[in-house]
Design a protein around this ligand. Sequence first.
Ligand SMILES: [Zn+2]
Length: 267
Amino acid sequence: MNASREYKARLIWDELVRCAQTRPKATLYYQDIASLIGGIAYGVGHFLDPIKQFCEIQSLPPLTILVINKSFERPGRGLQMEDFNLNEINVLKDNVYDFPWNNLVNPFAEFDADESIDGLIKDYLNSSKEIKDISKYVKQRGVSQLLFRKILLKTYKGECAFCGGCLENYLEAAHIKSWEKSSSEERILPSNGLLLCANHHKLFDADILIVNENLKIELNEGKVRSKKQLQFAKSEISGLDRLRLPSNKNYWPDIDFIRERQKSATR
Ligand SMILES: [Zn+2]
């Protein structure tokens, strides 16, 4: 089946939820998922990944843990569970079995076979779709955040806006105006975001490192809670000056969002 990644994730989600509710407790093999979506067991991880990330962002039990490797009888490498021992995996599995999945809407329900997050972003970046056309696909925080991060990875060319660090796995999408306060469109608007490495994201979210109206990065000592934190913040701001911005000015941080954020951070 030559369908989009999110459409396949949508089919897999339903299958995993069905499995989570089956009694006696059941698991699925990679081969089962491959048969469901068409393809080979080896490629399944690519389609489990959006579900795994969704569960992480939404603080849900790790639904994808129900998919296990036939030879080892445990989750495969792609799910990054190598450090978990069997007991820990069983506890997580029980959390999955106990969770009321039926109360949730399939997060990928809006995606048909020919629609993908990558496709939406491409259409947005070449101006054939507007942010409001895209926001209707991403009603849940977990999916919205997946899309937001991917847009920022593109506009910031995979580099932290503070330090230029560029290990993709460590890059995160930070909102300038918080997710809670943002409209559904502002939640995925590149000008309301910064692509940041994990350290800089934490310090920015804590308002310890802030961005001023000239888009310069500053230390906000008012939010520092300990000597150790101050030391860390100082080392993390060392050598930084102005934000590293996308080449296209349309994606630069909106100055109103920046002002508002600076005001609330220094209050
Ligand atoms: Zn950084």
